[in-house]
Design a protein around this ligand. Structure first.
Ligand SMILES: Nc1nc2c(ncn2[C@@H]2O[C@H](COP(=O)(O)OP(=O)(O)OP(=O)(O)O)[C@@H](O)[C@H]2O)c(=O)[nH]1
Ligand SMILES: [Mg+2]
Length: 301
């Protein structure tokens, strides 16, 4: 199937065409890029990043959110970014969806992606994957990443709305928490609200997040229960409200994405190893000048 045909099927919502296009994009196959170039630009589909420490209840919340949105007749895509294995469906997320009977739901698309490198960064093709999914007619995209590596902060460069999930036990650590996590949250969730200290932890988070409030957005701190779904309606509402409230944020994200893609093109044009070798050769010459070297490179195009 050529790019035109695949793009056509994908736009009709064909899940197999979507899966095929995603594989092509992930493998840097030229047809993947061709498909992306045929599609419409869409920023009307909320991309939601759900991050937080291992076991905080992210998959349970994703499952509960997906259930609600599917019930409302929406088409939902879930991406699980797993730092350990590309095959086990983001620890248990697959199991949860299966148990909830959602696994085979025709309006649900699930994809697991391995994270990149030992630091657990997001897959380099996540932007492309989201754009493919948007064009396949999905109304919501949810990305679950475990907050143990780079992915928890990187997610903020991909998602329109970043939800940071924590548990009451984290209350003691929050003062010393990596500042990155405080800075990326558009919505805070204190999950396992059935446990001691949930309310007081939520109060602390509210105080800490005041300094990040803007005229357009006050960061909500929500109490939820992943196992029963309590508070998940409010979480869904906050996500949609954030997406609607912040068109400026989406413009900024678009700019960041363009920069990211441009940087990648440059890296492809000047692979590091070749560039390093050339630089070393040139630098050994007596008349070497770094600024002329770079200007010549840029002109070579
Ligand atoms: N008591 C209680 N348990 C919960 C709640 N939400 C989730 N759990 C349980 O916490 C455990 C971890 O939940 P997951 O949803 O798998 O957590 P996760 O953050 O996706 O975990 P990883 O993907 O492994 O990082 C499971 O046994 C859930 O049933 C809650 O609100 N209260
Ligand atoms: Mg999980």
């Amino acid at each position: 199937m050529d790019a035109q045909e695949l793009a056509g099927k994908l736009q009709q919502g064909d899940q197999r065409a979507l899966a095929r296009a995603i594989s092509l994009a992930e493998n840097d196959h030229p047809t993947g890029l061709e498909i992306l170039q045929l599609l419409r630009y869409r920023d009307d589909v909320p991309v939601v990043g759900i991050t937080g420490p291992p076991g905080a209840g992210k998959s349970s919340l994703v499952n509960a959110l997906a259930e609600r949105w599917l019930d409302a007749g929406l088409r939902v895509a879930v991406i699980a970014v797993d730092p350990t294995s590309p095959f086990n469906f983001g620890s248990l997320l697959g199991d949860r969806l299966r148990m909830a009977g959602l696994y085979l739901h025709p309006n649900l698309f699930i994809r697991s992606m391995a994270s990149r490198g030992s630091l657990g960064g997001l897959s380099p093709r996540i932007l492309e994957v989201c754009d493919l999914i948007k064009n396949a007619g999905y109304d919501r995209i949810v990305i679950e990443t475990v907050g143990v590596g780079q992915s928890e902060v990187e997610i903020a460069g991909v998602a329109d709305t970043t939800v940071v999930v924590m548990v009451p036990e984290a209350g003691d650590e929050v003062q010393t928490m990596k500042s990155g996590v405080m800075e990326i949250a558009d919505v805070f969730v204190v999950n396992k609200a059935d446990r001691d200290g949930a309310e007081s932890f939520a109060r602390l988070l509210r105080q800490l997040s005041i300094q990040r409030h803007t005229a357009a957005w006050e960061i909500p701190v929500l109490l939820t229960r992943g196992d029963t779904g309590d508070g998940v309606d409010a979480l869904g509402e906050a996500i949609i409200r954030h997406h609607g409230n912040l068109p400026a944020r989406r413009k900024e994200l678009l700019f960041e994405k363009a920069l990211h893609l441009l940087r990648e093109q440059w890296l492809r044009r000047f692979p590091h190893t070749a560039l390093r070798a050339e630089l070393e050769t040139e630098a050994a010459k007596p008349d070497f000048n770094l600024y002329r070297f770079v200007a010549n490179l840029a002109q070579r195009g």
